[in-house]
Design a protein around this ligand. Structure first.
Ligand code: EPZ
Length: 421
């Protein structure tokens, strides 16, 4: 397993290109199932999760062709000859469950393994099931697989989600595009990835309004046609790299970034003493003075502070002036980076869903272990300003969501290298 070695103490300067959004691409890809015609995605990120989703779609009978080293993906679901999404693939990546809604809509049946828990939480699918059953699906859990069928097709319905689940909104939205009649999704997730999916579905001929708000209205149509669609910029990668100069000092311009993608995150950066300027090319980020100030953060569904940036924000707050509190309200176990940061000299107390971070002057490099995707990158960020070397092991987590991390950080002056163990 590879490790990443970070030698701290270098100020950063230069530009970092931000890739297409992993979490948009992972829902745009299953949308190909809804049409017999090809769907081409441009600006696709080159990540192991995208490869996993490609494998899953191919296992269902779809054809995938990628150009420009994977930045352009053409997916064709003309001949789907298998409706079983196997545990072996699904257990590696929860987003595999996003084939459920499209398969029900296109094929009228689907067998999808439950993803099982993951490091950050149990991650059930009750809201997905609730919404799809409201559309007329019959779903039964057997041997760890969801057996779903819609013998009479799907029918539009009014669906109120108990929680603004991103995945449940995506599954229901995709399924409802081919349902008979009108569907209303209330308390829908509002993430930019939902809007990107709706934009792509509209290009395919779907009739959708209200995406980006809590109420999405879909008029079902008989069929969808092919389309070409650019994957939206990855707001989580954007926020991650905005924290690099905030932690290490200097100034970095994140190319393709827009304030609108990270509004609540930018408000917290501003309160911490970080200057963010929107330019024609992206977002320019620099500390206003030597040390950042402590801030309190509560993760919430969009447009609130994103849970996927909580670990990275904690890395910055470890050396802030004062005490910060982070409330993680989305997942039940998303502080696994805290004990690793403590190994680097951070002073963090975790009680349930709240982490209290007492700022220290400086962290010290140490061998640390990545536990999940966002935790792994938070350890690398912490290493940028730590004294000496930080060795982050198990970086396969990183490859799921961040392409070319070493190249992007070294291009702005950081000393970061990947070593094979
Ligand atoms: C998406 O996961 C993202 N993944 C996650 O990013 C992100 O953290 C999450 O949304 C929240 O923003 C992808 O888009 C591929 P949810 P998802 O359904 O759809 C509970 C990353 O690091 N819940 O909004 O699974 C669930 O257990 C990943 O890129 C139910 O209880 O998120 C969790 O506590 C991590 N029942 C909360 O809701 C359900 O049926 C949020 O889940 C569904 C969800």
């Amino acid at each position: 397993m590879d490790s990443i070695v970070v030698t701290g103490g270098r100020e950063l300067s230069g530009e970092i290109p931000i890739a297409g959004a992993k979490n948009a691409c992972l829902t745009l890809m299953p949308a190909t199932i809804l049409s017999e015609e090809p769907l081409t995605l441009t600006n696709a990120p080159r990540l192991s999760d995208i490869k996993t989703m490609t494998q899953l779609l191919e296992s269902l009978g779809a054809e995938a062709a990628s150009m420009q080293e994977g930045q352009v993906l053409t997916l064709s679901s003309h001949n789907l000859d298998n409706h079983i999404a196997d545990y072996d693939i699904v257990r590696k990546m929860r987003a595999s469950n996003l084939v459920l809604g499209p398969m029900l809509a296109r094929l009228g049946h689907a067998v999808v393994s439950l993803p099982g828990g993951c490091a950050i939480g149990a991650r059930p699918m009750d809201l997905h099931i609730f919404g799809l059953e409201k559309l007329g699906a019959e779903i039964e859990l057997k041997d760890g697989y969801l057996h779903a069928k819609a013998p009479r097709g799907l029918k539009g319905a009014e669906i109120e989600l108990a929680f603004a689940s991103v995945g449940a909104t995506e599954n229901i939205l995709m399924a409802s595009t081919l349902a008979k009649g009108t569907t209303v999704i209330r308390n829908a997730a509002r993430e930019p990835e939902i809007v990107d999916l709706a934009d792509c579905l509209r290009k395919m001929g779907a009739q959708i309004e209200g995406d980006g708000t809590s109420e999405i209205v879909i008029q079902g149509v008989d069929r969808l046609h092919g389309a070409t669609h650019p994957v939206v910029t990855d707001r989580i990668e954007l926020g991650t790299y905005m924290l690099a100069p905030a932690i290490a000092g200097g100034e970095v311009e994140c190319l393709g970034g827009k304030i609108s993608l990270v509004e609540s995150f930018c408000q917290k950066l501003d309160a911490a003493g970080i200057h963010v300027e929107e330019t024609a090319k992206g977002l320019k980020v620099a500390r206003r003075n030597g040390r950042v100030s402590a801030v309190d953060v509560t993760t919430e569904p969009f447009p609130g502070f994103p849970t996927d940036l909580q670990a990275q924000m904690m890395a910055m707050l470890c050396t802030a002036e004062g005490t910060s509190t982070l409330h993680e309200t989305i997942f039940e176990n998303r502080f696994m980076h805290a004990p690793e940061l403590t190994r680097m000299g951070a002073n963090i107390e975790v009680h349930g869903g709240t982490a209290t971070v007492h700022g220290v002057e400086k962290l010290k490099g140490a061998p640390v272990m990545a536990t999940d995707l966002r935790a792994s990158v938070s350890l690398i960020l912490a290493g940028l300003a730590a004294e000496g070397e930080t060795i982050v092991s198990r970086v396969y987590h990183l490859d799921r969501g961040y392409e070319k991390v070493v190249r992007k950080l070294t291009s702005v002056g950081a000393k970061v290298e990947r070593v094979r163990e």
